[in-house]
Structures are given as structure tokens and as C-alpha cells.
Write a protein of this length. Structure first.
Length: 256
């Protein structure tokens, strides 16, 4: 069965706004692949950080569609042009979302704490010089600083704060971002993870990772100080098994 997603011809554009690309499509494919779970999840508030053209938040609203009534949608972007373009894209599909021009979720931390049931993020992840991060316009779409992780590292604790107890985060990462480390960072915050979609080209490998709070991991995170040696290596093993292409995996498993 096919489900409606945003139609490219109805997605608005602007020279300073990121056009839907392979990473946007991978994120929407991940949401489509997880549609049944998303419907059973009964989210009340869905949020996108870095909405760009609006292709992803529009697709999410269409994927959840008629069957999920009363869901509120919220999207932020640091680029004011992106907020306007997202508004046009939503309107072209007969949809509405609250749109805010802000840095990640600045100004929303208190009002949204523990409220977001689904968060989607296709962050600026390209490794660049640090001084390119957060610049005006289109450059903010890709400039990710050292290892492409500057914005990602800021988003993770904010996601932890905003996500509800049942909250899910879907995030795009690149091999260069060291997704294993991203998962470990989230694990320290009490989140489990799995790859929903993986796309590889000759140059790079994109992952869409889903994170959710895990009671056992939360308990384990609290005991980190007293954890014996088998704990962390077991955690590494399970994470590394998800990312067979990572250099970290090759370094740590010379006999394989
Ligand atoms: C790779 S683009 C993704 C756009 C869209 N979500 C998509 O998938 O097509 C990253 C988006 O994040 C926005 N962005 C970058 N840094 C941000 C920040 N600190 N806070 C909010 N949005 C940010 C950019 O302006 C850009 O629109």
C-alpha cells in the first residue's frame, strides 16, 4: 500500500533554503517504514528541528493522516526564509503547523519540556570549519563543524529535555559524524537506538536512527559509575553491530 507524502511539485523553494535531497528522502522513508508504529504510538505533538522546505514535516503529517486526529505539528528553523517556505509548503498541501524561527528550540525549552512525542531532525551534518556553523542562509543547511557534529551535539540534550516519556527521535547522520558515538551519547541519556534506514553511496553512508527511552538503559546510566568492565563493552558490541561500515568497527575488530 502506498501512503501520501509531500508532493515535490507542491514543495515551495527559495535560493537560500535547502531543497529536499537524498537525506530528506531517507528521513521520510524511515517515517514511512515506521508508519504502523507511529500510528500505534498516538503522538499528540510532533516536532521537526530544521524544517528547511517543509518537505519532511508535511510528509509526516500526511503519513499520519486522517487516521490520527488531533495531532499538533511544530517546526523550527534558524533560517527565516525556511520558515516562510515551510509555511507555503504546508498550505499547498492543506496542512497547518506552528512554525518558529529559532535556534533549535531556543525559547521553547520550558513550555515544551517533556511534551514532544515524535521529533524528526535532518541536521546540518557536513564536516566544515567551525566558523561556518550557524551562518546566515543556505550555509546553515549543511555546515556541521568538526566531524559534522556541532549542531547534532547541541540537539541531543535538547531532544532529551523536550521528548515525552514515550518520545521518539528520528535523526539523520552521516558516517563521518560517527553515529556509534551519537548513539552512545544518547545511551548516556537513557535512550536505546536502532537504524531505520541506511543508504550508501560510494562516497558516504547515511543513516536514519530512531531513539527512544529505555527503562533498563536509564537504570544502567544511573549505575555508570559502578559499572563493571563487561558493561560498556557489551554496549559497544551491540551498537557496533549496527554500523558495520564504521572505521571504529574495523579498528576494534582487527581479526574480522
Ligand atoms: C539538511 S537541512 C534539512 C532541511 C529539511 N528538514 C529537509 O530534510 O529537507 C538542515 C536544516 O536545519 C536548519 N538549521 C541549521 N542549524 C539550525 C539550528 N541551530 N536551529 C534550527 N535549524 C537549524 C537549516 O537552516 C536547514 O533548513
Amino acid at each position: 500500500m502506498t501512503y501520501r507524502i509531500a508532493q515535490i511539485r507542491r514543495v515551495s523553494s527559495h535560493p537560500e533554503v535547502y531543497e529536499p535531497c537524498d537525506d530528506s528522502f531517507a528521513l521520510v522513508d524511515a517515517l514511512l517504514a515506521d508508519r504502523t508504529n507511529l500510528l500505534e504510538h498516538h503522538p499528540a505533538l510532533c516536532m521537526e528541528v530544521g524544517c528547511g522546505s517543509g518537505y519532511v514535516i508535511t510528509s509526516l503529517a500526511l503519513i499520519l493522516g486522517q487516521e490520527a486526529q488531533g495531532i499538533h505539528y511544530l517546526a523550527t528553523d534558524i533560517n527565516p526564509h525556511a520558515v516562510r517556505v515551510t509555511q507555503e509548503t504546508l498550505e499547498a498541501h492543506g496542512l497547518h503547523a506552528e512554525l518558529i524561527n529559532t535556534d533549535i528550540a531556543s525559547g521553547l525549552e520550558k513550555s515544551l519540556a517533556g511534551m514532544v512525542d515524535v521529533m524528526v531532525v535532518n541536521p546540518p551534518y557536513v564536516p566544515t570549519p567551525e566558523d561556518e556553523v550557524g551562518r546566515d542562509g543556505i550555509m546553515s543547511s549543511w555546515a556541521g563543524g568538526e566531524n559534522g557534529r556541532s549542531v547534532i551535539n547541541k540537539i541531543l540534550p535538547i531532544a532529551d529535555n523536550l521528548l515525552s516519556d514515550k518520545g521518539w527521535l528520528y535523526m539523520v547522520t552521516l558516517t563521518a559524524n560517527n553515529p556509534t558515538q551519537v548513539c552512545l551519547q544518547m545511551r548516556e541519556l537513557g535512550f536505546a537506538s536502532r537504524i531505520v534506514v541506511q543508504r550508501s553511496t560510494e562516497e558516504e553512508s547515511l543513516h536514519v536512527i530512531k531513539f527512544w527511552r529505555d527503562i533498563d538503559i536509564q537504570a544502567e546510566a544511573k549505575e555508570t559509575v559502578t559499572m563493571n568492565k563487561t558493561g560498556p563493552s557489551r554496549v559497544m558490541e551491540s551498537l557496533l553491530s549496527q554500523f558495520p561500515r564504521l572505521p571504529l568497527w574495523r579498528n576494534g575488530n582487527n581479526n574480522q
